[in-house]
Design a protein around this ligand. Structure first.
Ligand SMILES: [Zn+2]
Length: 263
């Protein structure tokens, strides 16, 4: 084959791969919300009041949104499941704070809402502010709660990379990725293959270490909707701050609707 014909073939292959990926990238996205803590009265950057959370669920109901499990979106992004229905939304909660059990769980039981918890297991049943293994197992039994990894002890990978020698840093990353997966799988008897990056910190090295450790999907804080064609190891999520209350919530949930052709 001469170089000209080879060149033509390469150009065609590139053209069709662009067409293929852009048609999937144009599929409507799904907002994946991320919460941290809940409180009956106080709010803060990462603490939402229970009244505001209830108001936000009401707003979703009134605007025909359905809360769907994160795993339906993960399967869609992975090409294993069809596109979720229009106006789907996902609720995730990072860190495993005790208020997930005391404040959030009674609400989702009553409203039958499914959530995914990203847990860093070193704190569970140890830190005074954290959930216990029994509480997590009880919530999982309801069928409304599933769990994935948030590393082993929630490090700031940027700080650790500066602090440690390169070899030590690599070992440190491996422990954070592998030990979290092992402990969660052993304590909860489920498969752990997804990770939410602590502080949203991720980069190509961390992403490839995570793949080697057996993770197939990672979640960040980039904002915007999750849609096929985006980096599967850094799927965007939308942080919900306590300052959003109910009034600021629609703008967060619908921030990316324009990219889907407007609604
Ligand atoms: Zn976190």
């Amino acid at each position: 084959m001469n170089y000209f014909r080879l060149g033509v073939l390469v150009v065609f292959a590139a053209f069709f791969s662009i067409i293929g990926s852009s048609s999937r990238a144009a599929e409507p996205g799904v907002p994946i919300l991320v919460y941290h803590r809940f409180d009956p009265g106080k709010f803060a950057l990462t603490t939402v009041t229970t009244a505001d959370f209830l108001g936000q669920l009401d707003w979703l109901d009134q605007h025909d949104y359905h809360v769907i499990p994160l795993q339906s979106v993960a399967a869609w992004l992975d090409g294993r499941a069809p596109q979720p229905a229009a106006r789907s939304v996902v609720i995730t909660v990072d860190d495993g704070h005790e208020s997930v059990y005391t404040q959030l769980y009674p609400i989702i039981l009553r409203r039958h809402v499914k959530v995914t918890l990203f847990i860093y297991p070193s704190a569970i049943s140890r830190a005074s502010y954290a959930l216990t293994w029994d509480q997590i197992r009880e919530m999982m039994k309801s069928g409304l709660v599933d769990v994935q990894s948030h590393t082993y002890w929630h490090p700031n990978f940027n700080h650790e990379r500066k602090r440690l020698a390169p070899d030590d840093y690599r070992k440190f990353v491996d422990v954070q990725l592998l030990r979290s997966k092992q402990v969660l799988e052993q304590k909860l008897n489920v498969r752990i293959d997804q990770i939410a990056w602590p502080y949203g910190i991720h980069n190509p090295d961390l992403e490839s270490e995570a793949k080697q450790a057996g993770y197939v999907m990672g979640y960040a804080f980039a904002g915007g909707f999750a849609r096929p064609g985006s980096d599967q190891m850094a799927v965007p999520r939308i942080p919900i701050s306590g300052w959003a209350h109910v009034k600021g919530f629609p703008a967060l949930v619908e921030q990316d609707v324009a990219r889907d052709g407007g609604e």
